[in-house]
Design a protein around this ligand. Structure first.
Ligand code: NAD
Length: 258
């Protein structure tokens, strides 16, 4: 039975759709997965080394009355990503929405950043999005519909001290978004990016009080964003209401990067 209890207060509706959310075991990806399930979508999440959280998230998704699955799969592995998407299409019947959310950071000033730290961040954040997009590309093309939502970052727009690798990857995701949007527009596939600002997750909880205060000072809305702020935007982009929006980058940052 699909849960309709949350649908009375929203115009978005994803019943009958299947979404893949990479990095859906915790944080922003989990919030997106739960929001999609609230709106009626079946959800497959992917993670790396986060089995307990992934199992808990899968249970929470199922409790909402939708079909859910959790897979340990590294998005930076081209073959493994392609094989898993094929498996998900077989298990769920079809895929309608892909959210490229999996991401890592390896911060450090350029002076001390190791080549391996640059490569690792590009490989997961940017190449991972390429791999997953490539894996759904023909499926979406054949069905003549689909939604791809890439979770970039405002640092992909502004750059950031200590994040040469991460800012490059996140800016690269914007180029990927716009290019694939142009390629797949005529097939009724939309491709958009969300650029979150400072969002409360495990990642940002580990920041020092001083760094947190410094970031807050840069946010006109004077609060840290919640994962639901990103999930609501992803739900809009996945919905029928956003059918004519493609190649767009939406900042969800309380005004931080304007
Ligand atoms: P998080 O560290 O809490 O969660 C990361 C998720 O990605 C986990 O599910 C993890 O298992 C998964 N993951 C990591 N490497 C993977 C890989 N190789 N293959 C598959 N899955 C992998 O992170 P978060 O704070 O929720 O961030 C989610 C996304 O949002 C990231 O892309 C991040 O860069 C972006 N973002 C976050 C913020 C923020 O303030 N938290 C701001 C801007 C952008």
């Amino acid at each position: 039975m699909l849960s309709n209890e949350h649908q009375g207060n929203t115009m978005f509706e994803l019943t009958g759709k299947t979404a893949i959310v990479t990095g859906g075991s915790r944080g922003i990806g989990k919030a997106i997965a739960l929001k999609f399930a609230d709106l009626g979508a079946n959800v497959a999440i992917m993670h790396v080394g986060d089995g307990d959280n992934a199992a808990a998230t899968k249970q929470e998704l199922e409790a909402k009355g939708v079909k859910a699955a959790a897979y340990e799969c590294d998005v930076s592995d081209f073959e493994a990503s392609a094989a898993l998407v094929k498996q998900i299409i077989e298990e769920f019947g079809e895929v309608h929405i892909l959210v490229n959310n999996a991401g890592i950071i390896r911060d450090g000033l350029m002076l001390s950043m190791k080549e391996s730290e640059f490569d690792a961040v590009i490989k997961v954040n940017l190449k991972g999005a390429f791999n997953m997009t490539k894996a759904v590309y023909q499926h979406f093309m054949r069905k003549r519909r689909g939604r791809i939502i890439n979770i970039s970052s405002i640092v992909g727009l502004t750059g950031n001290v200590g994040q040469t690798n991460y800012a490059s990857a996140k800016a690269g995701m914007i180029g990927l978004t716009k290019s694939v949007a142009k390629e797949l527009g005529s097939r009724n596939v939309t491709v958009n990016a969300i650029a979150p600002g400072f969002i409360k997750t495990d990642m940002t909880d580990s920041m020092s009080e001083q760094a947190r205060e410094a970031s807050l000072a840069l946010i006109p809305m004077k609060r840290i964003g919640q994962v639901e702020d990103i999930a609501n935007t992803a739900a809009f982009l996945a919905s029928d209401e956003a059918a004519y929006i493609t190649g767009e980058v939406i900042r969800v940052d309380g005004g931080m990067a304007m």
